[in-house]
Structure formats: structure tokens, C-alpha cells
Design a binder for this molecule. Structure first.
Ligand code: BTN
Length: 243
């Protein structure tokens, strides 16, 4: 069956719109917008979303939590975005755990996952993806080093072509994750991991942990060596920076 795709002009956030559509439309489904007035980033931040420059997508994916289908999902989405960037621009981006997409250390895309529905029965993951495509400069301050495909290669891109490839890759990676799990893609993930072996500071709430990145585990958890002992970290509210 073909995927229902909804395309809007200016809306608040594609993630919120996707949640609303769920009441009348079965998932999977895709929501694109040309502009977001309240684009949301991770950890309560704003996602700068100028009109007709970038890709703002929410992909709604049905999951059953009991089957551990959430494990590694956010890392798998990173792989799909990376592949779509590679196929449409030739650029080999890298991933920063859990799912920032970087080109030469600058952020080109981000992923925001939201879970809706019954945690035991069927629920849905709203996979929000923002990819900087043709943004050369921003009217708003962006509080981190960023780039876009256009900035990298000095030419503009056909956003629709990138969006089409992105949907293909999401479909393919999410099915793989559903059937074989993240473990089957762990090696691939590690091969594009930007901060492998680096010394980092990890922050959860008010806690800070200093350690060296060892890699990721079979559930997509970050593994750090902290004072010689290996520790795992899992969860959405974690932030990471280089030491
Ligand atoms: C991040 O902080 O890295 C996550 C950014 C996610 C942005 C996308 S754009 C489409 C979707 N709608 C939103 O409001 N946010 C996500």
C-alpha cells in the first residue's frame, strides 16, 4: 500500500500535526511542511525552520513496545538520514549519538522522537526529522555550529528529490529494525560514528559524567569508559559534548 503523505505550507510543528492526523489516519504516514512557526528541537530547544529552504518531516511509525521495538530506533533513523544525504549529495556525513547528523563537525540534520499512545499495546513513534538543505544563512541565531547541503557544495538542491529518497530509506531501515533489530545495524552505525574514542562530557539532568566513548550497545545505548569502568547510557534527555 502506498504511504499517505500530507504536505502543508506554514504550520506550528509537523510533529504536532502528525499527532492530530493520527486520530483519522492509520500509520505509517508522513507530514511535510514548508515552514514551521514553532519547530521543536530536542531538550526543549527551537528548531529554526525558514520557509521553503529545508526539509521538515514527521514520519509516524507504529510500534509495539512489548517487542522492544523502540530499542535503537532513534539511531536507525540517523542511519536512514545519513544514507539519504549520501545518495542525493554524495556527502558522507557522520552521526553523533543518539541521532545528530554532522558534516565536518557541523550539524546538518536532527531527529526528535515522540512516543504517543498506550505504552503496552500499540503505540506510535512520531519521528521528526529536520534536514538543512538550501539554508545559506539564518535570520535567527542558531546556538550551535550548523551547515546545510547547499553550504557544503555551493549549489541548491531539489528538496523534493531529497524527500523522496529520505522516505525510501526510512521505509527500508525501519523495516530492517523491526525484523532484525538494531543489533543487525550496529556495525554500520559504529562505522559512521563521529565521536568514537573521543573524550566527552555527558549531561543528564544536573549530573555530569566525564568519559571516553567506547561505542554503542545492542539496544543503541551509549557506552562510555568512566574511570576505567564501562557504563551504559540510554534515554532522550541526555546531551553530549566534547571534553
Ligand atoms: C534536534 O534538536 O536535533 C531535533 C530537531 C528536529 C526537527 C524536526 S523538523 C520536523 C519535526 N517537527 C518539529 O517540530 N521538529 C522536528
Amino acid at each position: 500500500p502506498s504511504l499517505p503523505v500530507f504536505v502543508y505550507g506554514s504550520i506550528g510543528s509537523t510533529n504536532d500535526q502528525a499527532k492530530e492526523l493520527l486520530s483519522k489516519q492509520a500509520a505509517p504516514l508522513a507530514v511535510f511542511a514548508e515552514h514551521q512557526t514553532v519547530g521543536k528541537g530536542r531538550r526543549g530547544r527551537e528548531w529554526v525552520s525558514p520557509f521553503a529552504k529545508n526539509i521538515y518531516l514527521s514520519f509516524v511509525w507504529p510500534v509495539t513496545r512489548g517487542l522492544n521495538q523502540i530499542d535503537g530506533l532513534s539511531l536507525v533513523v540517523g542511519l536512514a538520514v545519513l544514507k539519504a544525504i549520501k545518495r542525493t549529495s554524495g556527502i558522507e556525513a557522520e552521526l553523533k549519538w543518539p541521532n545528530d547528523i554532522l558534516i565536518n563537525g557541523r550539524k546538518v540534520a536532527g531527529v526528535l522522537l515522540e512516543l504517543v499512545g498506550d505504552p503496552v499495546e500499540l503505540c506510535h513513534v512520531i519521528i521528526g526529522i529536520g534536514i538543512n538543505i538550501n539554508m545559506f544563512d539564518s535570520l535567527t541565531d542558531i546556538d550551535q555550529e550548523w551547515t546545510s547541503l547547499a553550504k557544503e557544495l555551493g549549489k541548491t538542491f531539489d528538496r523534493e528529490a531529497v524527500a523522496k529518497v529520505l522516505l525510501e530509506e526510512l521505509d527500508s531501515y525501519l523495516y530492517r529494525q523491526k525484523i532484525y533489530g538494531f543489533a543487525s545495524m550496529r556495525a554500520e552505525w559504529l562505522s559512521v560514528h563521529a565521536w568514537q574514542g573521543r573524550n566527552v562530557v555527558l549531561r543528564t539532568g544536573n549530573d555530569e559524567v566525564h568519559g571516553k566513548v567506547v561505542g554503542v550497545g545492542e539496544k543503541g545505548e551509549l557506552r562510555l569508559s568512566v574511570e576505567g569502568k564501562e557504563q551504559s547510557f540510554l534515554g532522550g534527555e541526555i546531551s553530549l559534548r566534547l571534553q
